[in-house]
Design a protein around this ligand. Structure first.
Ligand code: NAD
Ligand code: WQD
Length: 335
């Protein structure tokens, strides 16, 4: 089995490449290094003992994309991670986000159709649910108005995939990730945010490492147990393993519908203070943080109902918050 992993040098992509190779699946990576470093290729090779084939080009460029597929038609399936993902930046640069995230997807799907590649796994996000009315949220919950152009690219991409599948013989799985955190146990790969991190876990580890002075906790007046917002944090290695199962489900024709959607979370909601407490316990370090006002666009609480993924994919997240904070910290110490 040969799988194309777009964005395979990025945070989730690199962990997935490792899990694919560990399952003896051949991998081809396409990544233009817009949010990753070429060194990750060596780190993947160090972990698995196997250097994946790698191509550097921009998937939103129609010509480069067609050229690649014309030369590489022996691909059994695609896991499409490549996208821009900074929510705040997408508000100030909407066209950059729509162009990169949607043109890349459409170029790929065009070339799947013309090259006889039938199987697509797509990185979607729990952001499509907005603030759900019922928790834990199931895949059947209505998708809400997106809070940002980034979030809208995920909603639109799901629709583009579903419509294209309906009109062709393609098959697809959209995986809606909750909050991926943590790093590979070897600490050779992990999350490498450029500049000041937006996300909680890298901000925590950078604060503890002295790179940031203080963590701001955005809001303690939410309707939650301790007043801070609740999310479903999931270990990136658990997440990566779900991709191996999903792409095999398609290639082996075990899918029940041509388009399927799965939540990937742990099923447990944790508050910002729960994450901080875990970090302080695991590292034996006191974190410098203060409570500030809410962050615009944040929702109060969300966590996944994972029954469908558990039953249909036979997949369940195994690692808890202490594993996530410990591995994130171990990775931070290598930087
Ligand atoms: P990342 O930025 O670390 O990885 C994305 C990779 O894609 C990068 O290596 C980047 O260089 C590459 N890329 C971007 N545009 C490209 C293009 N046009 N051509 C070629 N390569 C391109 O992000 P990640 O955290 O690994 O996220 C992977 C996917 O999962 C994204 O689609 C993201 O939107 C989605 N997602 C991420 C999260 C999260 O919190 N990290 C949550 C839900 C969904
Ligand atoms: C988690 C919690 C913050 C930073 C984002 C995207 C979403 C998805 C995952 C891709 C929240 C709080 C954070 C800080 C804080 N990405 N926080 N201080 O906002 O749930 O989701 O990443 O699809 O689309 O919106 O993740 O890690 O930014 O925040 O108090 O410095 O931590 O308010 O409650 P979020 P996050």
């Amino acid at each position: 089995m040969k799988i194309l992993v777009t964005g395979g040098l990025g945070y989730i992509g690199s962990h997935t490449v490792v899990e694919l190779q560990n399952s003896n699946i051949e991998v081809v990576i396409v990544d233009n290094l817009s949010n990753s470093k070429i060194e990750v290729l060596d780190k993947i090779t160090e972990i698995t003992g196997n250097k994946p084939e790698y191509h550097n080009f921009d998937l939103s460029d129609k010509e480069s994309c067609s050229k690649f597929f014309n030369e590489n038609s022996n691909i059994d399936g695609i896991i499409h991670f490549a996208a821009y993902k900074a929510v705040g930046e997408s508000v100030s640069k909407p066209l950059t986000y729509y162009r990169n995230n949607l043109e890349s997807l459409m170029n790929i799907m065009d070339n799947m159709n013309s090259n006889g590649i039938h199987n697509l796994v797509f990185s979607s996000s729990c952001t499509v649910y907005g603030q759900p009315d019922i928790l834990p949220v199931t895949e059947k919950a209505p998708r809400k108005q997106a809070e940002s152009p980034y979030g809208n690219t995920k909603k639109m991409a799901e629709d583009i995939i579903q419509d294209t599948i309906y009109a062709s013989d393609l098959k697809g799985i959209a995986l809606r990730y909750f909050n991926p955190v943590g790093a590979h146990p070897t600490a050779l790969i992990g999350e490498l945010p450029l500049g000041v991190p937006n996300n909680l876990m890298p901000f925590i580890t950078q604060t503890a490492a002295g790179i940031r002075e203080q963590l701001s906790v955005f809001g303690d007046d939410y309707n939650t147990t301790d007043g801070t917002a609740i999310r479903d944090y999931i270990h990136v290695v658990d997440l990566a393993k779900a991709h191996v199962i999903a792409v095999q489900r398609l290639v082996k024709k075990n899918n029940k519908l041509n388009y399927e959607v799965f939540n990937l979370g742990t099923g447990n909601g944790l508050s910002v203070l729960d994450v901080i407490k875990s970090f302080e316990k695991i590292t034996n370090k006191k974190l410098n943080y203060k409570i500030v006002g809410r962050r615009e666009g944040d929702i109060e609480k969300v966590w996944a109902n994972t029954d469908f993924a558990n039953q249909e994919l036979g997949w369940k997240a195994k690692q808890g918050i202490d594993d996530m904070t410990a591995s994130a910290w171990k990775f931070q110490l290598t930087l």
